[in-house]
Design a protein around this ligand. Sequence first.
Ligand code: BTN
Length: 328
Amino acid sequence: MPKTILLPLLANGEFHSGQDLANALGVSRTAVWKQLQKLEGLGLAIESVKGRGYRIPGGIELLCESQVRAGLNEQGSALLTELAVAEAVDSTNAEALRKIEQGAGAGVVCTAEQQTAGRGRRGRAWVSPYARNLYLSIVGEFTQGAAALEGLSLAAGVAVARALEKSGVPQVQLKWPNDILLGGAKLGGILLEMVGDAAGSCQVVVGVGVNVAMPAATAAPIEQDWTDVATISSAAGVAAPGRNALLAALLNELLPLVDNFEAGGFALWQEAWQKLDAHAGKPVVLTTGSEQLAGIARGVNERGALQLETTLGVQSVFGGEISLRVSE
Ligand code: BTN
């Protein structure tokens, strides 16, 4: 029995007796109980109350292609060529890269309820529990190689911040090169992967992860402060946006960005990025491998390079495998 057979019944957050679930699915109560255990194994909290049955407190919203499409605007709809919604994949970026190998082009989007080997920056894993957060990867096609991609991941951060703001999650900030923050805690991240000719025709996968309702126990391996949309919305006393609506809002911002970026480059996004910069004017330390460079963060230039004011003057630092933290 696939895990989604039981889930649509429990998704509404209401109590269902074991017998009702068994009857609805045409299986034994033991089979229902085993499925409930599997769901718990996926990190979904199942509440069990004697005499009432089982429920997922607060309910969950499963991804639904038609609901996502219904939330797209005209431009988003026109640019989306395929929306693949998987139950589980290793990584939506890996899935998008496999699709490129099979001939997929611009506008293909891969999403999944769960990633079993979600990829973060600097070789880290991206914690990707089932049906809780958003994981999406968008394929873009470029003709002028890697140079034309400079600053694309920063611009993607601006697009994600705009989508969140339009979905009722304001005050999102960006941390160079491409972390999505709220109140200093990590709300999401962006990972670009490129294939093709580094000097000519190439494809890029823009991978975005947003924490929507991260179970605290699942988040234990995350080595930095993190937050999620549910926590922010509940602190603000507003209803959190549904995952399908939020996914559509992200695609409405990200698809045009990926489509247009090569024409104007990061220069068109520089000002917007600086307005969202979490560290502007703050003392920071950059770490590359074993090397550290301290200075004051002074925004980014038109190529997306961090402007670090050091004792030797302002230095331009490009992304890659560098990490930034506020100095103590
Ligand atoms: C980071 O380390 O901040 C970047 C995280 C990027 C995670 C997203 S989730 C969707 C896509 N698929 C992946 O495997 N990674 C990216």
